[in-house]
Design a binder for this molecule. Structure first.
Ligand SMILES: [Zn+2]
Length: 155
């Protein structure tokens, strides 16, 4: 009998959402993408370390720059045509453009960032991106070498 490596996927530490839309919509509503009951966020944008209901490791999902990228992409594609239309029809002075669009862009982006981050985290859970794809886990805090200060070595 020939030896075969174990090609089965390792068990995920949570129940994987059944579809992209279910996971993304749960995340966008600040619900755990896995169970739909617990909260994703532990503040405005801080992700909870784990789901309070099912224990899914939400804190290990690293969305990084994806949510701001999606937010700017969507807000820009919705608002820039309106900006151009206003300029073409009324040609307001530049100070009025700045007075109108800068606060509007800020408010729209701040309002969209949280649900988009939740949806991104749900999408990542659906894809099984647990945060351990990069190989070794970071050292636990007690084994991290202490930072020492040596006088005269900082240039
Ligand atoms: Zn949960």
């Amino acid at each position: 009998m020939r030896w075969e490596p174990d090609r089965s996927a390792p068990a995920l530490p949570y129940v994987q959402p059944t579809s992209f839309w279910l996971a993304a919509s749960r995340g966008a509503q600040d619900r755990c993408p896995s169970c739909g009951v617990g909260h994703v966020f532990d503040g405005y944008l801080r992700v909870a370390p784990a789901c309070s209901h099912c224990g899914a490791p939400l804190g290990s999902l690293r969305a990084d720059d994806a949510p701001p990228y999606f937010t700017i992409f969507i807000a820009g594609h919705v608002l820039i045509p309106i900006v151009l239309w206003v300029e073409r029809v009324w040609m307001p002075p530049m100070w009025l453009h700045m007075l109108l669009w800068l606060p509007l862009f800020s408010v729209v982006c701040i309002a969209m960032l949280r649900p988009i981050k939740g949806a991104t985290l749900g999408w990542m859970m659906r894809l099984g991106m647990t945060g351990a794809e990069g190989g070794a886990e970071p050292l636990p805090p007690e084994t991290t070498p202490p930072k020492t200060y040596a006088p005269g070595t900082h240039g």
